[in-house]
Design a binder for this molecule. Structure first.
Ligand code: ZN
Length: 314
């Protein structure tokens, strides 16, 4: 009886909405269940979704989004999701298999869709590409969120994705996205002002892996990394020796440790090159809640402070 009623109601709703969208996906009496592949993206979904969305992430704070060994719990999160957000651009090489295994029918939104990708700085990109799938596609740099302008695109994609699965709260998503875009504008102004204060000849930084290509392209800071754009492989002793020579030759003032990487190699590079360790930067993951980079805005401001402190002469 109840079931017949539900089917009849659904048929009426379907007629009513016509081709307006996936009626069955719209939850009526509970928040939308969103899954984001990694912590930075999860924060952006939270900012736009507000109280109408609960967000689960697959790769959490201080963890490496390039490599995930998916667990049954991850598949379960996806199976229960109403909508799934991925970065794309080859970041989540592990995602396709996991989503197939989960059997989820939730729509998958590629947050970076519409972003202009920059090529990977990785000199091994072509070798990896020849191996085909399994190694991730290193032809483009996946770290698009390091340019604030790209995050505007992420936010627009998130807003539109949420409005589609939950049209009842579309206005709320639009308002939250607009408010957040204003915060991104303020952040972008601060980034430009901070970099402008650093003397041009000191705008050079060493990080563990090439996560700051978009930041470099947008704001004019030069980054050098022993590990390339992915964290799939360790830098070889030859790579490390080359970096040390480069630091000495170009008088790079500081090397930075990333929250997702083993610090030992960078400490060795600092020791042998004479560059100073400029502190910790947040490349691919937020800090734990309560830490200095618990949101995307805090992450960018925290990195900026570290760059500024290490590169300003004094
Ligand atoms: Zn990365």
């Amino acid at each position: 009886m109840a079931r017949t009623f539900r089917i009849a109601a659904l048929a009426i709703l379907t007629l009513w909405f016509g081709s307006a969208g996936p009626v069955s996906a719209a939850p009526q009496d509970r928040p939308v269940r969103a899954v984001a592949t990694f912590s930075i993206l999860g924060d952006l979904v939270r900012q736009v979704g507000g109280s109408h969305v609960t967000v689960a992430t697959l790769v959490g704070p201080d963890s490496d989004a390039h490599g995930l060994s998916p667990s049954p719990a991850d598949a379960r999160k996806l199976a229960e999701a109403d909508i799934v957000f991925v970065n794309g651009l080859g970041l989540e090489g592990w995602f396709d298999r996991l989503i197939r295994a989960s059997g989820t029918r939730a729509p998958v939104v590629v947050a970076s869709a519409g972003v202009k990708p920059i090529p990977a700085q990785d000199e091994h990109a072509h070798e990896d590409g020849d191996h085909g799938h399994g190694h991730g596609d290193h032809a483009v740099d996946p770290h698009a969120w390091q340019d604030v302008a790209n995050v505007r695109t992420y936010v627009a994609n998130i807003r539109d994705g949420l409005a589609k699965v939950d049209p009842a709260h579309a206005d709320a998503y639009r308002a939250a996205a607009a408010a957040y875009l204003a915060e991104l504008d303020a952040l972008e102004r601060d980034v430009r002002a901070a970099i402008a204060r650093i003397p041009p000849e000191r705008r050079r930084i060493i990080t563990t892996h090439d996560a700051f290509g978009y930041f470099a392209a947008a704001y004019g800071l030069r980054f050098i990394a022993p590990q390339g754009v992915s964290t799939d492989s360790e830098a070889s002793p030859r790579d490390v020796a080359a970096i040390i020579r480069q630091i000495r030759k170009e008088r790079v003032p500081a090397v930075f440790l990333e929250n997702i990487s083993d610090p030992r190699q960078m400490q060795q590079i600092a020791r042998e090159s004479g560059a100073r360790v400029g502190g910790k930067v947040y490349s691919d993951a937020l800090s734990a809640p309560g830490g200095p980079a618990a949101t995307y805005l805090d992450l960018m401001r925290s990195n900026l402070k570290a760059f500024d402190a290490a590169l300003m002469p004094g």
